[in-house]
Write a protein that binds this ligand. Structure first.
Ligand SMILES: C[S@@+](CC[C@H](N)C(=O)[O-])C[C@H]1O[C@@H](n2cnc3c(N)ncnc32)[C@H](O)[C@@H]1O
Length: 347
């Protein structure tokens, strides 16, 4: 698989250089009492169904290592984090795969005009980095730059990583453990199932604080409510997603609000790009995106079933998703992908 061979290359490139980033994060983390991943901790992102009780909480003593187990799936255990997807191996594999599909469909890893800066060497934050496929790939592509990933859960590789990549555990909606004006470029993708309305406001305030004046921020999200050429079956799925998000005080159309939210947070020079992504039709990208879509919606079933109780039955839900796939193929449905970048004012 591309991902694994790419990772293998990364691993073999690792050297013993120490990075400024490491001491920067350690200092900030120590000061703020936050868990810092320095590569010496034991990685706990292991499969859970086999060795965990079906429903329980395990506290491994530090933030990001506290998990809840429900029906054989592992979730974060932080009551301040609104994220609804699991954080076990199955979900990490899905997110890795999703990265490659998005890169293939969008033909790029980013939209902001930062290529020259990345080449020269800048400091980058990947906010809500997850298993860090973007962070790793960018680290490998731009060895003169330094990449920091932050996530609420310890889902990123802790022990083996390129020398120019560092991770920290933290809730981006509370406090981002870096000094003011640290980063030249902040990237955040696919947090729509993780942040309430208040969380978005707090996170953007924090991202503004840690971005250098003149630095770029980029946010990217899909619109999961209104798809192009959407038939009645998919409409039920998408509007249930909206109802589920609204029931948790999460924005149900955050992709379409990215630009407004950035402006409200004080950023300037916004630029928005919308790309329709094919869902289960026309070519390989369409088929691959549908595989990921179906997988993602399967993983979010427990909270979707709180809105549509018949989906508590996994087989009923699986049949419903299969019907969605047939309908998307027939109607040539597209998911609209929004990427918005902006700058922190220089004064
Ligand atoms: C769908 S994954 C996306 C990962 C990555 N950005 C990507 O595009 O591949 C969302 C990630 O956001 C993280 N997350 C959710 N809420 C968070 C929060 N409040 N603070 C930090 N990370 C959060 C989750 O733990 C998860 O790893």
């Amino acid at each position: 698989m591309v991902f694994f061979s790419s990772l293998k290359n990364l691993f073999s490139r690792r050297d013993k250089r120490t990075s400024n980033a490491s001491s920067l994060q350690q200092a900030a983390s120590k000061k703020k009492g936050l868990a810092y991943s320095n590569g010496n901790q034991h990685s706990s992102n292991k499969s859970t169904a086999a060795n965990s009780p079906a429903n329980s909480t395990t506290n491994n003593s530090s933030n990001g290592h506290s998990f809840q187990y429900k029906d054989g799936r592992r979730y974060h255990g932080d009551s301040d984090v609104a994220y609804v997807l699991p954080n076990d191996d199955d979900e990490a594999d899905r997110v890795h795969q999703q990265h490659w599909i998005l890169r293939y469909a969008l033909q790029s890893n980013y939209q902001a005009p930062v290529t020259d800066q990345l080449e020269k060497g800048i400091t980058v934050l990947d906010s809500g980095c997850g298993p860090a496929t973007w962070t790793f790939e960018m680290g490998e592509a731009w060895p003169n730059s330094t990449f920091h990933g932050i996530d609420a859960s310890c889902v990123f590789p802790e022990n083996i990583k390129p020398a120019n990549v560092e991770f920290v555990i933290g809730n981006i909606a509370k406090e981002i453990p870096y000094p003011d004006n640290t980063f030249d470029y902040v990237h955040q993708r696919l947090l729509l199932l993780g942040l309430t309305n208040d969380d978005w406001e707090n996170a953007l305030k924090e991202l503004y604080r840690v971005l250098k004046p003149g630095g770029y921020i980029e946010l990217a999200e899909p619109d999961l409510q209104d798809l192009e050429n959407m038939g009645p079956i998919l409409r039920k799925l998408q509007y249930t997603m909206s109802d589920m998000l609204k029931s948790r005080n999460m924005p149900n159309k955050v992709a379409c609000e990215l630009e407004d939210r950035l402006i409200r947070a004080g950023f300037v020079n916004t630029k928005l790009k919308m790309t329709p992504l094919k869902l289960n039709h026309t070519d390989k990208a369409g088929k691959l995106l549908w595989d990921d879509y179906k997988h993602g919606y399967s993983n979010v079933r427990p909270v979707m079933a709180q809105i549509v109780p018949e989906w508590q039955d996994a087989e009923v839900y699986a049949r419903f998703l299969a019907d969605c796939g047939v309908e998307a193929e027939k109607n040539k449905t597209n998911v609209n992908w929004y990427a918005c970048y902006a700058q922190k004012p220089t004064q």
